[in-house]
Design a protein around this ligand. Sequence first.
Ligand code: TXA
Ligand code: MG
Length: 335
Amino acid sequence: MTAQPATQVLEAKAGAAVGTVAQQAARIVAAGGLVAFPTETVYGLGADATSGAAVARLYDAKGRPAFNPLIAHVADIAAARALARFDDAAEKLVAAFWPGPLTLVLPRLAHCPVAELATAGLDTIAVRVPSHSIARAILVAFGRPVVAPSANRSGHVSPTTAQHVLADLRGRIELIVDGGGTPMGVESTIIACLERPVLLRPGALERADIERLVRLAEEPRAAPRADSDELPMTPGALASHYAPRARLRLDARRVEPGEALLAFGPLPAEGAARAAAVLNLSPRGDLLEAAANLFSHLRTLDASGARTIAVMPVPRTGLGEAINDRLERAAAPRG
Ligand code: TXA
Ligand code: MG
């Protein structure tokens, strides 16, 4: 179903090559493609953050069994202000540490252009301004936010060379920009600045440097799964999953009176004509398209006021696994 691109590797180690390679990378990203590039921490796998379709391809290439929210990378603080709200602590931190290996989780602005799939439907967004010259050149050339998780297959360790990226993602992405080894080799430090600053992930920026400026609270959380490079998503309010107000009824083959319908595929559900509202994740049954529409369709149906959203079955192959994971979380009873 997914086209298998031939993965091109372009060197951008000498200063002169960076400009032209960055232009080419930006063109591929603008066309919905996937480009791995070095940052000061680890290699990232970049996609157009404003395109749900490009973000769906990115999850597919990484083989993520669940939609973890992604970091939006931008060229400067001004661009970050268009995405998220900065409180006093956030202002202090970015004045001191951006550009650099610090990611902030902040309240997402209403008009933030980043695709809902990229933030997994959350009201918060992770934002980072990297300092690496190649990452910066690509962000400047593209001119919009780029989501970039570490450029490894899900469950593998983060890559610090172009060879690591190639070993994991050859044939799954369009381009790898080879800028040599990444200077720091561990991921960015992640701090949530929501009510109070909370350390979500220790990383390349040291805690002591941060605590000179702001007091950090620790988010109590379960240990990450040993086979995973992702932050655990369950405990705490910070990374809690998107939950609609309406009840979700999964694997629905018929619509009961008063229900809204989240359809999938070309075949109508029984009783669809009486649904309070209907949206189709993908009329042609395409899982990438369904992923791109998932959170925005759920929100729209939730806003229709129906008390229950009937969800038609979605196959569990490919990205369908992550789609079903999210639907099951959204359907779980809440306290
Ligand atoms: O150094 C880095 O941060 C690298 C380079 C490429 O920038 N990127 C990176 O991305 O490590 P990734 O996706 O591998 O890790 C980002 C982590 C994930 O564990 C994700 O769950 C968490 O950040 N995250 C993203 N948005 C979040 C949010 N709104 N709330 C809580 N956690 C979030
Ligand atoms: Mg990662």
